[in-house]
Design a protein around this ligand. Structure first.
Ligand SMILES: [Zn+2]
Length: 471
């Protein structure tokens, strides 16, 4: 970069700007930033037992903001030996509700982070280079912050909804989902919402220059299932090898699974996703997306999409070997060999059907199958019209009218899957904004841009006022 006097002046101005800008932040923006900083700096990862600390903080903020004890429910859960909590907050309808409740989801826990592997300490909110850095800045503490801050803002304004708004914050979405499962059951028995809105996915996709390309609505997610495949063998002395060998037998099974291609699957939503993404993706991958959207039987397009990690998941079920263990001594023939196969199952196909398919592919009764995950199937959700209209209104309010709103299916899982499984249309309409692969969620140096943080703070405010506004 070349040095010029003008540059010095603008550099001085730039340095001064954040201070001026911070002062120009509204009271609501400053409160949201404070909540964000506080929750990001609580290490709510498995093994830290810190979720209750975050719950305590949020409850204090909510009570200080006018929510009564009767509007707040804290529940303890045992998440496979880890004490976690769930937090539910009611923003009750003014008078008899005129519409069914809305349930709003986010999760308080994070995937852990090892400080010595990060550039900055992961459990301190660090604002630098136009980004907020820290574990959970994108997944999912911005979701928690924007929903809680919006509840406080609406309460402070005396907003009188014509339906109950129920915030449901889980405590172990990234691990066992025990709190999620129990909360979903409670919601189904006691609340019976019109639909469920999730802050843990969805949001704006930006291009390399930060321009909004499209707004994602996550309306389906593939089913997560892991199987253990085990081969047992009498074993023996390794100096007397036999033809039968547990490791080889398992390896044969794995090679068959590797070679097997699950049937191509699509839905109007996945085809629409490919049509839209294809129009914005340069080169052969974009062409393949468009070709597949036009004809899902197009062999060349299928091959191209299945060769690309970012698109293979949207063409059908995938199963992949992720873990392996075998043998008990280097001088003994192995008595047991076990591999873990992780599947992401296309909506509409059951876990049992997938296990049966794998058994047929392996076609060896000597390979024992065991389902080791305990998640549920979740069908694709319909897109509630009033929700789509409210999202369009929120986008228009930030000068983004006309940005395409696109429903998609994610390969990863969220709390939403338990609500879909119970039959509730569940759509993720998060308030984030990010360039592709720019948040590093679950990874090193997770971040969310400062512009995205402040730019998305009105999202839920506008959406909730539109969906529950008696005014
Ligand atoms: Zn998440």
């Amino acid at each position: 970069m070349r040095f010029t006097p003008g540059l010095l002046l603008s550099a001085a101005l730039l340095l001064a700007a954040p201070m001026a800008l911070a002062e120009e932040r509204t009271a609501f923006e400053q409160q949201a930033r404070e909540i964000y900083q506080t929750v990001v700096e609580i290490r709510t990862a498995k093994g830290q037992a810190k979720v209750p600390v975050m719950v305590d903080y949020l409850v204090r903020e909510l009570k200080a903001g006018g929510f009564a004890d009767a509007d707040i429910e804290v529940t303890d859960y045992d998440s496979a030996g880890e004490p976690v909590q769930g937090l539910m907050v009611w923003y009750r309808a003014e008078g008899p509700p005129k519409q069914k409740p809305i349930v709003l989801l986010a999760h308080m826990d994070v995937v852990d982070a090892l400080p010595d592997t990060w550039t900055r300490y992961p459990f301190e909110l660090i604002e630098e280079d136009g980004y907020f850095f820290g574990r959970g800045t994108a997944d999912n503490k911005y979701g928690v912050t924007s929903l809680v801050a919006t509840f406080l803002r609406l309460k402070a304004e005396g907003f009188k909804p014509d339906r109950d708004l129920v915030l449901v914050l889980s405590g172990d979405e990234e691990t066992g989902m025990f709190s999620t499962r129990a909360q979903a059951k409670y919601v189904d028995e006691k609340i019976k919402p019109a639909y469920v809105l999730n802050a843990d996915s969805g949001g704006l996709t930006l291009d390399a220059d930060g321009k909004a390309l499209l707004y994602n609505v996550q309306a389906a997610e593939k089913t997560f299932a892991s199987f253990e495949l085990t081969v047992s063998n009498p074993g023996g002395h390794s100096s007397a090898p036999r033809a039968d060998n547990a490791i080889y037998e398992l390896a044969d099974a794995l090679k068959k699974i590797e070679a097997y291609k699950f049937p191509v699957m699509h839905s109007p939503m996945t085809l629409a996703s490919f049509r839209s993404a294809g129009a914005q993706t340069p080169g052969p991958l974009g062409k393949a997306m468009l070709a597949f959207a036009a004809n899902p039987a197009d062999e060349a397009a299928i091959a191209a999409l299945r060769a690309e990690p970012s698109t293979v998941g949207s063409t059908g079920t995938t199963c992949i070997a992720t873990m392996l263990r075998a043998g008990h001594a280097d001088n003994a023939l192995p008595q047991r060999a076990t591999a873990t196969i992780n599947c992401r199952i296309f909506p509409g196909i059951s876990i049992a059907q997938t296990e049966q398919t794998l058994k047929e592919v392996v076609s060896n009764d000597g390979v024992a199958f065991k389902l080791i995950s305990n998640l549920v199937e979740s069908p694709e959700s319909k897109l509630p019209e009033d929700v789509m209209a409210a999202v369009a209104k929120a986008l228009a309010a930030r000068g983004l009218e006309g940005v395409p709103i696109l429903a998609h299916m994610s390969s990863g899982g969220t709390d939403g899957l338990f609500y879909r499984n119970l039959g509730y249309d569940t759509v993720a309409i998060g308030s984030t904004a990010a360039k592709l692969n720019d948040t590093f969620a679950h990874g090193l140096n997770e971040r969310l841009s400062v512009d995205a943080f402040y730019g998305g703070l009105d999202h839920w405010y506008i959406v909730l006022k539109d969906l529950a506004g008696a005014e």
